[in-house]
Design a protein around this ligand. Structure first.
Ligand code: SAM
Ligand code: SF4
Length: 332
């Protein structure tokens, strides 16, 4: 359906858990993370019911995310049942890759068509520092295993942080040179404990890639669900993408809504507005009533984020309160 600004909303990101086997510095604190109780998290049946209603409103693509989605048991069974819902064309996954090797076969069998693997560095010590876990090898094995399935669209996502992983940008891009994988560089957003870093902007990353690999050619056309801008570098098997919410705001073409692990429907990443669908489900509301609630939430999606004004934290923007949740509970 269209929202109040005429944007076609067709993509739903579902966080299936707020738990994670890593502790990326910009996403989760090392200790003292307050986690949801099992009963607070939507059951798979509840997720399916919401997706069935969303499909009637024009949602056709789903991304499973987290926390780390692969730590939740039975994810492939959820994936398979979501894929069978009328109107759902594609179900994809975002993961840190650590548990991917052992699960990829059943996920592909269940109908997974694309996977994004988050990888901010190829250096073991840096990985340990950034994620607080020594599991680079497992993540790389997950990537290799995913690449064994030619029908699977595989992407690597790197959050750019000058002074932390800038020595890795060219090396990560080399994955796209050597393998049929798209590598995307993501500007950090000031959400949760993440801090926007103007020194890791698209321009700065592109400059270092250009020095190493010559100029890239900007590609037109749509590749995947989102707002990435893609480039083709000479001789590369995969594409290089940039997701630059700060330096190249893309709210005008935003097509997504988000469902948190505890069932809160968020129309915009930056604001805390939305509706508690878990409460709706558990208080016995009918499908028709929930349909109306989701429709209204989509329709009233805020026009744009105001990340550049994040020093205004706590202020009300567009009558919406700034989101206080961590990225791990929203799902990225
Ligand atoms: N654990 C999975 C993973 O890492 O892919 C899925 C959840 S994670 C929250 C989804 C994505 O959000 C990851 O690519 C992560 O790097 C990204 N992310 C987390 N915090 C961020 C921030 N403040 N700004 C931009 N991206 C962020
Ligand atoms: Fe976990 Fe993903 Fe957050 Fe890293 S970015 S702590 S892997 S949820």
């Amino acid at each position: 359906m269209l929202d109040q600004y005429g944007r076609k909303i067709e993509y739903l990101r579902i966080s299936v858990t707020d738990r994670c086997n890593l502790r990326c510095r910009y996403c989760m604190p090392e200790e003292g993370v307050e986690l949801l109780q099992h009963s607070q998290i939507l059951s798979y049946d509840e997720i399916k019911r919401i997706v069935k209603i969303c499909a009637k409103l024009g949602i056709s693509r789903i991304k499973l995310t987290g926390g780390e989605p692969l730590v939740r048991k039975g994810l492939s069974s959820l994936l398979e049942s979501l894929k069978s819902i009328e109107g759902i064309e594609e179900v994809t996954l975002t993961t840190n890759g650590v548990l991917l090797k052992s699960q990829i076969e059943e996920l592909v069998k269940a109908g997974l068509s694309a996977v994004n693997i988050s990888l901010d560095t190829l250096d073991r010590n840096q990985y340990k520092k950034l994620t607080r876990k020594d599991q680079l090898e497992e993540a790389l094995q997950g990537l290799e295993e995913a690449l064994k399935y030619p029908q699977l669209n595989v992407k690597v996502n790197c959050v750019t942080m000058l002074g932390e992983n800038d020595d890795q940008w060219v090396k990560l891009a080399a994955l796209a040179k050597e393998k049929p994988v798209d590598v995307r560089f993501i500007e950090m957003m000031p959400i949760g404990i993440g801090q926007s870093d103007p020194h890791g902007s698209q321009e700065i990353v592109y400059r270092s890639l250009k020095e190493a690999y010559e100029c890239g050619k900007v590609l037109s056309g749509k590749f995947g669900n989102g707002p990435a801008m893609y480039m083709q570098f000479p001789g590369f098997k995969g594409k290089i993408g940039f997701i630059s919410a700060i330096s190249h705001q893309f709210c005008d073409s935003c097509n997504r809504i988000r469902l948190t692990a505890d069932g809160f429907l968020k129309p915009c990443l930056q604001y805390s507005c939305g509706r508690d669908l878990r409460e709706c489900l558990r208080s016995g509301r009918s499908d028709e009533e929930i349909f109306g609630i989701i429709k209204e939430t989509i329709y009233t999606k805020p026009r744009s984020h105001q990340f550049k004004n994040s020093e205004n934290e706590g202020l009300v923007c567009e009558t919406k309160q700034i989101e206080k949740r961590r990225m791990s509970s929203i799902g990225g």
